[in-house]
Design a protein around this ligand. Structure first.
Ligand SMILES: Cc1cc2nc3c(=O)[nH]c(=O)nc-3n(C[C@H](O)[C@H](O)[C@H](O)COP(=O)(O)O)c2cc1C
Length: 207
């Protein structure tokens, strides 16, 4: 199978927000997850052991990655699971979301116990598009960089020490999240730079 992840625009170790579908005992299941790839060939998903998705992947060894930028689909896959319509495009084994734009099917090659989670590594075994829909990958770093800019300007504007501490904690978290979801990206660098503008201010006490 040609390098699907590369042609979709995956960047190494960036995390993409998707909806993972699985099947267990003939019942399809959907849940939002973050996926990544360290070599643009294998795909990784790290799933809480408490999730139904984790049980399904462990039991069957398969999952499908559904690409969509429709937030209502993310919402439904968390809170309105019964409303979800599944389809089975030609060549795919697992049911996927009728409203998603494209699908990657994956077969688990190894799994690693990581405390509360299991990290599944999988090989890509199938790909399908849903008609002519545009495929847009969702990575959080751009929104995080924007959020960091907003937090930093609020920190500068306020004199209230409690508010400043709260904003600074949020800014630090945002910088951390950006570096996790898009390592070595300009967005992560920007968030980190903004956070370090205020680094001389104490972490745990009111500023
Ligand atoms: C955008 C987004 C990304 C998520 N990524 C993950 C993830 O990578 N791993 C995980 O275990 N849960 C993740 N979650 C939380 C799961 O979707 C949530 O726990 C879900 O209830 C698990 O569903 P299940 O028990 O039906 O499988 C994410 C949630 C959202 C909204």
């Amino acid at each position: 199978m040609k390098n699907i992840l590369k042609s979709l625009g995956f960047k190494k170790n960036w995390v993409y927000e998707v909806i993972v579908t699985t099947e267990y005992n003939g019942i399809a299941h959907a849940a939002p997850m973050g996926v990544s790839s360290s070599d643009l060939r294998k795909i990784l998903v790290s799933v809480y052991k408490s999730a139904e998705t984790c049980r399904n992947i462990s039991e069957t060894g398969f999952f499908a990655v559904n690409f969509t930028n429709d937030m209502s689909l993310f919402y439904s896959s968390l809170h309105e699971k019964k409303k979800i319509k599944y389809i089975q495009p030609k060549g795919l084994v697992i049911s996927v979301l009728g409203k998603a734009d494209a699908f990657v099917e994956a077969r688990v090659t190894s799994e690693k116990d990581a405390d509360e989670k299991i990290i599944f590594t999988a090989e890509v075994i199938g790909f399908a598009k849903n008609g002519k829909r545009k495929i847009q990958l969702i990575n959080r770093a751009e929104s995080l960089a924007l959020e960091a800019l907003i937090k930093a300007s609020k920190i500068k504007a306020t004199k209230d020490s409690v508010k400043r501490k709260h904003l600074l904690d949020e800014l630090r978290y945002i910088a951390f999240a950006a570096s996790k979801t898009a390592p070595d990206s300009s967005h992560a660098r920007m968030a980190s730079k903004l956070s370090s503008l205020f680094r001389h201010q104490p972490k745990d006490t009111s500023l």
